[in-house]
Design a protein around this ligand. Structure first.
Ligand SMILES: Cc1cc2nc3c(=O)[nH]c(=O)nc-3n(C[C@H](O)[C@H](O)[C@H](O)COP(=O)(O)O)c2cc1C
Length: 215
């Protein structure tokens, strides 16, 4: 396990990406509702193979954390296009569904630089040479369980491909933070989309993957 590296605090506020807190909050809630619907379809996608899926000679694992389902749907889209395997980052203590409660908890976790414990990853990321890493933007970067994942399963010099859903802040400073936590990784250009627009994004995902030479 590598040494705990601290993430600097962010000034990015989750309710302020559009300069209109009320509208932004409504969008978050709408995203959460869409995500909840998507959860029903996810068990189909959660299955994984006993061996690393290989595309064009690469073994690819799509690792993601998702609270309300948007990032999970984006991960599923990448899975369809690449044929990679999927693995979810699951905090041992689930985050509250109440919006204000999760926002406050996430803020405190980031401020204190905590590493929320996560369940053992299935399949084991060590078997893959390319890791996609998906997360929602929380307070300007990835949620802290993603930091736990990176420390429990060191990326080393693997290829790391970030993707992110958000409501205005795009990738924020998450790529910078990934670089800090995974200094040896071959970090490729990340993909970002608003959580409320994930469903129409497959053509852009396809273009991004082919630009990177991953499909
Ligand atoms: C705790 C929390 C913090 C958030 N912070 C931001 C933020 O700083 N910037 C932003 O654009 N969106 C922010 N959002 C919105 C989420 O990034 C967005 O809704 C995302 O699509 C949720 O992904 P998920 O459904 O996979 O959990 C935040 C949402 C939550 C719950």
């Amino acid at each position: 396990m590598s040494q705990k590296t601290s993430l600097p605090p962010t000034t990015d506020h989750p309710t302020a990406p559009h300069g209109n807190g009320r509208r932004s909050r409504r969008e978050f809630l709408r995203s959460a509702a869409l995500g909840a619907i998507a959860v029903a379809t996810v068990p189909l996608l959660r299955g994984h193979m006993a061996h690393a899926a290989t595309t064009g000679g690469r073994s690819m694992l799509i690792v993601y954390f998702s609270h309300s389902g948007n990032t999970r749907r984006l991960a599923a889209c990448i899975q369809r296009l690449t044929g990679g395997d999927m693995a979810q980052i699951t905090p041992l203590t689930p985050y509250p569904q109440d919006y204000d409660a999760v926002v406050e908890l996430a803020r405190q976790e980031q401020r204190r630089n905590v590493r929320p414990p996560i369940a053992a990853m299935q399949p084991d990321p060590a078997a893959y040479d390319t890791l996609f890493l998906g997360y929602p933007n929380w307070w300007g970067t990835f949620p802290m369980p993603v930091a736990t994942f990176l420390e429990n399963y060191p990326v080393g010099n693997k290829t790391l491909v970030p993707f992110c859903t958000h409501e205005g802040s795009r990738l924020g400073k998450s790529e910078q933070d990934l670089r800090r936590l995974c200094p040896q990784a071959r970090l490729l250009k990340g993909f970002e989309v608003r959580g409320s627009r994930v469903d129409g994004t497959e053509p852009s995902v396809k273009a991004w993957l082919s630009e990177l030479g991953l499909i």
